[in-house]
Design a protein around this ligand. Structure first.
Ligand code: GAF
Length: 388
């Protein structure tokens, strides 16, 4: 599947610029097994890069202007890389503008490039196409201009670019896009950025994503609001327990004891975060020990918390998880990513995948009149150079 994408991207580059690209970069989207809205709360997350990618074809053009073509959108823009970088009305271009801006702020001298990119990561599905865009473009610049930026710093620059665009995201998406490894999930300590790889072995179960095919518009504002509420929550905890540095140092009781000092929303968000951090630790152990049913239970519990306490779900995602709860063949299901639409991630008994897919498609369509999209994903490598 990715070969077709690579051929399409490189052929278009040749036709447009009259020469072969000198670098081809593949940058993946990500899934997250568990640990949602935890990265910006200095906890642990358990994501992985997947085999859905953006393919970039690059070459230097010996000018000060970069020309970037988004093949799938039939759109392009040009940017003088020596001039001040500003946000634009055309959304997708801002991720690249943001990357160029970050490189400049950090003192890197850039020259113009020609770039064509094309993707099979669904946009707006919670699979982090924006992180793949940022990190893939950064990776290309790093390689073309020998900038010597370390992989983790590519992730950090990508995150800053995303902040510049407007979402005050944590590090999970960019980190997994850059650091992913085939058949491994990554347990990331988002406070220290230490990480360990764990076998993505789900035993008798397959990972399936059900894409609700909805994207509710409050995602950006609600995301930033959740982050702000958590900052308020941890500030109250610290004021009362100066030895505590972040939510992972709290017990549930710590938060419960401070209930009267917090607004109702800040209390519920804070309690969710403490519980979710503990679930990630248990989930990683369960995965390491082949206790996939326990992992599934934890995923259901995460969804409950995301829906009721963190309030980042929506009726479409809740229905998909409710349907999963009724099926013995689905042992875990939850919304994945920022929420307010996008995908659920599911553990489905091998051999029963098709039957579940057919049933969910039918019931989802009956409920909302919307086509359910379905993705089988394979845990794959992070951003890399492609060589034939
Ligand atoms: C989005 C953000 F970009 C991530 O940093 C993370 O917070 C996630 O939502 C929720 O876990 O993907």
């Amino acid at each position: 599947m990715n070969d077709i994408l690579i051929n399409k991207t490189t052929s278009y580059f040749k036709e447009t610029f009259g020469s072969e690209p000198t670098k081809i970069v593949l940058s993946p989207g990500r899934i997250n097994i568990i640990g949602e809205h935890i990265d910006y709360n200095d906890g642990y997350v358990l994501p992985a890069a997947i085999d859905k990618i953006i393919c970039f074809a690059f070459a230097k053009n010996n000018t000060n202007t970069s020309k970037v073509i988004a093949l799938d959108l039939n759109d392009s823009f040009e940017i003088d890389v020596t001039a001040e970088v500003k946000l634009d009305d055309n959304d997708w271009t801002n991720y690249i503008r943001g990357v160029i801006n970050q490189l400049k702020i950090n003192g890197f001298q850039l020259e113009g490039v020609n770039c064509v990119f094309s993707s099979n990561i669904p946009v707006g599905s919670g699979l982090s196409s924006s992180a793949a865009l940022e990190c893939g473009f950064l990776f290309g610049m790093n390689d073309l201009f020998n900038l010597n930026i370390k992989p983790i710093d590519i992730a950090l620059l990508g995150q800053k670019a995303e902040h510049w665009v407007g979402i005050k995201c944590g590090i999970m998406d960019q980190f997994s896009s850059v650091m992913g490894l085939e058949d491994k999930v990554i347990k990331i300590d988002c406070r220290t950025l230490e990480y360990t790889y764990h076998d993505a072995n789900f035993s008798d179960y397959s990972l399936i994503l059900f894409d609700s095919n909805v994207k509710h518009s409050l995602m950006t504002s609600a995301y930033n609001e959740r982050r702000q509420q958590c900052e308020e929550g941890i500030a109250i905890v610290k004021a009362n327990f100066p030895e505590i540095k972040s939510f992972r140092d709290c017990t549930e009781q710590t938060i419960i004891d401070l209930k009267d000092k917090m607004s109702h929303d800040v209390f519920r968000r804070s309690l969710f975060v403490v519980k979710e951090i503990n679930r990630v630790i248990q989930a990683c152990e369960a995965l390491d020990n082949g206790k996939i049913e326990l992992l599934g239970e934890l995923m259901f519990a995460t969804h409950d918390g995301l829906s009721k306490d963190y309030e980042v779900s929506c009726e479409e995602l809740d229905l998909l998880v409710d349907l999963a709860k009724e099926e013995t063949a689905v042992i875990g299901s939850r919304l994945m990513g920022g929420g307010f639409g996008g995908c659920t991630i599911n553990l489905v008994k091998k051999g029963q995948e098709q039957q579940i897919k057919d049933k969910f498609s039918k019931l989802y369509n009956e409920a909302f009149g919307i086509e359910l999209k379905i993705y089988d994903v394979k845990v794959s490598n992070g951003t890399s150079l492609y060589t034939k």
